[in-house]
Design a protein around this ligand. Structure first.
Ligand code: PMP
Length: 405
């Protein structure tokens, strides 16, 4: 791979040339969604301008070529994760993938008295689908608490709650508020020892640590394309082949069937069984392009670059008396903070006036906010295209904000 060069990376992102409120854009909201490199934008354009057609339908040349590109994209994702192609199901994103697992796998295997262990630091996308399926099956959602001081999972509590009632364990790889990296390897092994199914929400994790899913052994791993430099509307569900094969479809429609008659319908095998209707072909192709682009980067040095920026930010913020950092995770790409007595959105608005895009609010993690006794935080999330100068400018803007607010 090419040596890591942030200027070279930046030059590949047209949107990073924008000005916002008459200032050069400083984009510090990549955990919400990433900006897109030109090659990904071109891949979408080329798909639509280069003669596209529907996939897995008919036999004319355009449909064959589109089907080939669509299935090649699935292979790219499978190779990226070191799993076989038939374990990769296209979804709209992490949220849809988690709902698919809940409504197909969990809904058909859970019974009253069964328990679903879910961590307190989860995004709502990894909580609400489990609550819905608990309601439908009579199972119960049991919380794995976080340790307030560290914003890390309380592993002792996890072991206390793990029992023969536990049928499913759902945790994130990396959390979206503090950047906490969970000990997913240990969680997966312990859950498997008692026969529970493991679901890893990789929405944040996939961007900073490429998992070898064969090695990791999770039953399910999900992520969204849009956080990994691809467009929104495409995501991935990885599932172990035996589990996918045993799961019933959750949506009905075209392409997920072998034979339909009014007497009954034979379903296709997975992954087609879970992909009813015309899929997001351009999205899948663009995600494969994003992955290919990402893999050509010297990721070891890219991650070092990001963690250096995060440390610079941490050290700068630590000098500002009014600012309280929440659950600092050294080495991560995320930093959350609050200013006591000031609404996070007021800080984000002041930053925005300086062209700095930072996220404020509860980050779709109400239970974590409740555990930390906060209504929200300001979150700065860094990506490979950010620079030390941007961090310096943000720190200057925050110093001014402290004076104003
Ligand atoms: N899980 C985590 C940890 C996330 O950060 C997000 C996105 N903020 C999601 C799940 C949901 O992803 P999406 O909205 O793309 O489906």
């Amino acid at each position: 791979s090419q040596p890591f060069d942030v200027d070279l990376i930046r030059s590949q992102f047209p949107s990073l040339q924008l000005t916002v409120n008459d200032r050069p854009l400083i984009y510090f909201d990549s955990a919400a969604t990433s900006q897109k490199p030109a090659c990904v934008i071109d891949a979408i354009n080329n798909h639509y301008s280069g003669g596209q057609a529907n996939v897995h339908r008919g036999s004319h040349s355009l449909t064959s070529a589109s089907t080939q590109r669509f299935e090649n994209a699935r292979q790219t994702v499978a190779d990226f994760l070191n799993v076989s192609k038939d374990t990769i199901v296209w979804t709209r994103g992490a949220t849809e993938a988690l709902n698919l697992i809940a409504q197909s796998c969990a809904r058909n295997s859970l019974q009253p008295g069964d328990e679903i262990l879910v961590s307190e630091m989860e995004h709502h996308a990894n909580i609400v689908p489990w609550q819905l399926v608990a309601e439908q099956t009579g199972a119960e959602v049991v919380k794995i608490p976080v340790v307030r001081e560290t914003c890390q999972l309380d592993m002792q509590a996890f072991y206390e709650r793990l029992s023969d009632k536990t049928k499913l364990v759902a945790v994130c790889h990396i959390n979206n508020v503090t950047g906490t990296r969970n000990p997913i390897e240990e969680i997966i092994q312990s859950a498997h020892r008692i026969g529970a199914i493991t679901v890893i929400d990789g929405a944040q994790g996939i961007v900073h640590e490429t998992p070898d899913l064969t090695d990791l052994g999770a039953d399910f791993y999900v992520f969204s394309g849009h956080k990994l430099f691809a467009p929104a509307g495409i995501g991935v569900l990885y599932g172990k082949k035996a589990l996918l094969d045993a799961m019933p479809p959750w949506h009905g429609g075209g392409k997920m069937v072998e034979k339909v008659s009014f007497e009954g319908t034979d379903f296709a095998s997975s992954p087609a069984k879970f992909e009813a209707g015309t899929p997001n072909v351009a999205g899948a192709i663009a995600l494969a392009e994003a992955i290919t682009w990402y893999q050509a980067i010297d990721l070891k040095h890219a991650e070092l670059h990001i963690s250096n920026l995060q440390r610079q930010l941490y050290e700068g913020l630590s000098k500002l008396e009014d600012i309280r950092i929440i659950g600092y995770q050294p080495g991560s790409s995320i930093l959350s903070f609050v200013m006591d007595g000031v609404h996070p959105s007021d800080i984000a608005t002041l930053l925005d006036q300086q062209g700095i895009a930072a996220r404020s609010g509860h980050h779709c993690a109400h239970p974590l906010m409740d555990a930390l006794n906060l209504s929200g935080t300001v979150r700065i999330s860094l990506a490979i295209y950010n620079t030390a100068e941007e961090v310096t400018q943000c720190l200057e803007a925050l110093e001014k904000a402290c004076d104003i607010l």
